[in-house]
Design a protein around this ligand. Structure first.
Ligand SMILES: Cc1ncc(COP(=O)(O)O)c(C=O)c1O
Length: 369
């Protein structure tokens, strides 16, 4: 049977991803697994609101996922601070906190350094830090965090249908799940299995599994909220809970890092006024999310994305804004979000795949120069 090649889009499932023995090494000592990271964040916000007896404020980086902010704004008052992917640290002069405020600290694209936040916290002890490690859930920073809370959307980098982890490096009380898994996990796992069959050459409609994937997100987004102090959010599925410790995460991280390094080294010399790499270096033992390109204009970014789709390469945008009526109103963040493009380079791909994709990107820019 002829296998099908494509790059990007949702992760699929394969038993080849598993180790025969379980390994707990990379997970924190104590944690709670929700269906999604948004569910974990919402439950934490709800718990902290309840403990304080008021609706709290949360400070969000101006370059972030607006879908998540749309959900958080249901239970928390959203404030913004400037944090751009072109800089290695936030603009702290824009972070104006009051005692008891929550701050979402994001290890953006997995290339950031925790030191700037440790320094900031020594001057601002009354703020509550919630670190988001979704872009590199097992980085040294994530593992040695000293924040009040840390979360990761594990399902973004691991081949699992659901999974958002929350832990407290300071051993504070964690929010609890409702104990019930989301139907979204079943929908999503079905989609992952069908995608694997499709890629193996089986005559399955791509539209079918993609539609299931969209529906799964709709189920995940259903959080029950009766008032600000009572939110019930789904638990992780039994499937994910049982498979997590059998995934070969160190191997996935090594492969991702090697792929990104290869892509960046391969066409770094091709950078010019039309485009550049946003991720060129990262902390020791850290693994960036992906290759991140910044184009000169939105038109060039959109043309590149369209060209890549014609070659079966599906490049997402991290992140569109405004979206769902939410915007940081930071002109620099909005401009960058219109010119940025992520090239998937995860564990599914070999160095040969990456060489091929880097060549296509390089040729695209050679042609329009
Ligand atoms: C950096 C980051 N954190 C958190 C989330 C929320 O994750 P989930 O989709 O599991 O709710 C996302 C989702 O896109 C994200 O990109």
């Amino acid at each position: 049977m002829q296998t099908r090649w494509e790059l990007g889009s949702e992760l699929d499932w394969s038993n080849g991803l598993l180790m025969s023995f379980a390994s707990k090494n990379l997970l924190p000592e104590k944690y709670e697994l929700f269906s999604t990271a948004s569910a974990a964040l919402l439950s934490l916000g709800s718990l902290l609101n309840k403990n304080e007896g008021r609706r709290l404020r949360i400070h969000i980086p101006s370059f972030f996922c607006m879908d998540v902010v749309a959900k958080l704004s249901n239970i928390l008052d959203v404030c913004w601070y400037r944090d751009l992917p072109t800089e290695m640290s936030p603009d702290f002069s824009t972070l104006k906190t009051l005692p008891g405020d929550l701050i979402l600290v994001v290890n953006l694209f997995g290339v950031r350094d925790e030191k700037v936040w440790q320094d900031w916290l020594t001057e601002n002890e009354k703020a509550i830090l919630i670190e988001d490690h979704s872009h590199d859930p097992f980085s040294p920073w994530a593992q040695q965090s000293t924040a009040h809370y840390a979360i990761s959307s594990l399902r973004k980098t691991l081949p699992i249908p659901d999974g958002g982890i929350i832990y407290s490096p300071q051993y504070l009380e964690l929010p609890r799940t409702s104990g019930i898994e989301s139907f979204g996990a079943y929908r999503r796992l079905t989609s992952m299995l069908l995608k694997r069959a499709f890629l193996s050459g089986i005559d399955i409609s791509k539209d079918v599994y993609r539609q299931m994937d969209v529906e799964s997100q709709e189920y995940f987004d259903e959080h029950e909220l009766s008032d600000i102090s009572e939110l019930t959010a789904n638990a992780v599925s039994d499937f994910t809970a049982n498979i997590l410790n059998h995934l070969n995460i160190p191997h996935f991280r090594r492969q991702r890092e090697a792929n990104i390094r290869h892509f960046v080294n391969w066409n770094l010399s091709g950078e010019n006024f039309l485009w550049k790499h946003l991720v060129k270096s990262w902390p020791p033992e850290g693994v960036p999310l992906s290759v991140i390109l910044l184009c000169q204009t939105q038109e060039i970014r959109d043309a590149l994305r369209k060209h890549l789709i014609s070659q079966n390469i599906f490049a997402p945008i991290h992140w569109l804004q405004p979206r769902k009526g939410i915007s940081s109103n930071d002109p620099l963040a909005i401009d960058l979000s219109s010119r940025i493009l992520t090239i998937p380079t995860d564990q599914r791909y070999s160095i040969d795949d990456i060489t091929y994709v880097a060549g296509i990107v390089g040729n695209f820019f050679d042609r329009i120069e």
